[in-house]
Design a protein around this ligand. Structure first.
Ligand code: SF4
Ligand code: SF4
Length: 420
């Protein structure tokens, strides 16, 4: 796309944004793979339309508020980046654009309040637990509150699992083959702490020692993807400082966090920590990919056949290119029968805080994903992201098909434990 973006005036990511715009050749191959274009049928709700809108704003020809509704409806799922034959770096463009636009756009009072609530609670496990407990108390008057706040309350689970304190170091079982550090995540520690426990056990089972840095914080992805650049940069700098350098890899087990860590060099463009961010990102790897690459010891077969639907989290498949490793690990467990989903590349509608901010689209996508799962006849669902897990679980229940859903690593852990 031809442009006249003044890269010298558009911040440290100006060049990257301009490169992404320039790479787009208007071919439209991305359109059929975009969930919002599929749902709404509007060019401006497609990747090509959004690239055009961002270009216009960056050139100064369109007010940022005129483009905002279309940009806000983008899930950041990156299905378009997978489909694009020209290699448009859509993720880099929209993340950088959102950070830039946030400084100048106008928001209503309730939008500001919602953003504050999200950014001040979700990334902090203690605060999130407290806020969710309080939120349950005001749920009976939810219909009197602004729509998005009411949606937020409706998403709070009825109960939380008990806390699972993690050791600072989990030794390898048998001969040590490697040493890694684990990013424990924020909301995941409250909503499904057993995922981290399973991750530690499976790594230990494969001869990998795991350190869990005590002072680690939120990855910053939620902030970055909602344009809160300052908070995202602070989170990145903090983690770069507190994670040890003498480990083989930094392991993530939440696709959104993993994708966020890979974006640290982008968030810290022009900052003194940019080079360190590059090293940090290069060592970050999803748990399934790591196990696959290091040489996974397959667990013994399950006692009975189990049809399992694997859901590709967008931030694992599209953002990190991790598709075959989780499938290979699952297929190595005897009696696991993998079921592929129709339209597997389409987002489930979770997408960080999207289901709070854009509840209607999130609802349609969640229901569509749940129906695709039900159609496979699977007796279990597995995925690699806590957000997808919660979204799919709630929609399966809404459709009266409460199929059990686990993180991929939890199914692997169960198979090992059955062995013991
Ligand atoms: S990131 Fe997802 S929702 Fe946004 S334009 Fe690309 S395909 Fe569409
Ligand atoms: S597929 Fe790529 S090049 Fe084609 S319109 Fe979409 S973003 Fe542009």
């Amino acid at each position: 796309m031809q442009h006249t973006i003044p890269t010298g005036e558009t911040g440290p990511c100006g060049e990257k944004m301009a490169e992404a715009v320039a790479a787009c050749v208007h071919c439209g191959f991305c359109l059929p793979t975009c969930p919002t274009y599929q749902q709404l049928g509007e060019e401006m709700d497609s990747p090509r339309g959004r690239i055009f809108l961002m270009k216009e704003v960056l050139e100064g020809g369109l007010p940022v508020d005129a483009a905002a509704p279309y940009i806000d409806r983008c899930l950041g799922c990156l299905s378009c980046a997978t489909a694009c034959p020209s290699g448009v770096a859509y993720g880099e463009l929209i993340t950088s654009y959102r950070t830039r636009a946030e400084n100048v756009r106008r928001r209503t009072f309730s939008q500001k309040l919602l953003r504050k609530l999200i950014l001040k609670t979700l990334p902090y496990p203690g605060r999130f637990h407290l806020a969710a407990t309080g939120g349950r108390l005001v749920r009976p008057i939810a219909r009197l509150l602004p729509r998005q706040l009411a949606t937020m309350l409706a998403l709070i689970p009825g109960s939380f699992p008990r806390k699972e304190p993690l050791p600072e170091c989990m030794p390898a079982k048998g001969k040590r083959r490697g040493r890694v550090a684990l990013l424990a995540g924020c909301a995941q520690q409250v909503l499904a702490p057993q995922i981290n426990v399973a991750t530690l056990r499976v790594l230990a089972e494969n001869g990998i020692e795991v350190v869990v840095p005590r002072d680690q914080g939120c990855c910053g992805a939620l902030a970055a993807h909602t344009g809160a650049g300052k908070e995202a940069r602070a989170a990145a700098k903090h983690n770069i400082n507190v994670f040890p350098r003498d480990v083989d890899a930094i392991i993530t087990n939440a696709a959104g966090c993993g994708s966020g860590l890979h974006e640290y060099p982008l968030w810290l463009a022009g900052e003194p920590e940019q080079e360190a961010a590059g090293h940090f990102a290069a060592r970050t790897v999803d748990i399934c990919q790591y196990l696959h690459d290091v040489g996974f010891r397959p667990p013994p077969p399950l006692t009975t056949p189990l049809p399992v639907a694997y859901h590709d989290a967008c931030h694992l498949a599209h953002a990190q290119g991790v598709r075959s490793a989780p499938r290979a690990l699952l297929e190595s467990i005897g009696n696991v029968q993998l079921c592929e989903l129709a339209d597997a590349e389409i987002c489930c509608g979770s997408a960080g805080s999207y289901s709070i901010e854009q509840p209607e689209i999130a609802l349609q996508l969640g229901e569509r994903k749940a129906r695709a799962i039900i159609a496979t006849g699977a007796q279990m669902v597995v995925t690699g992201n806590i957000g997808c897990l919660m979204q799919i679980e709630s929609h399966l229940k809404r459709l009266s098909h409460p199929i059990p859903i686990l993180h991929t690593i939890q199914l692997i852990d169960r198979a090992y434990r059955a062995e013991g």
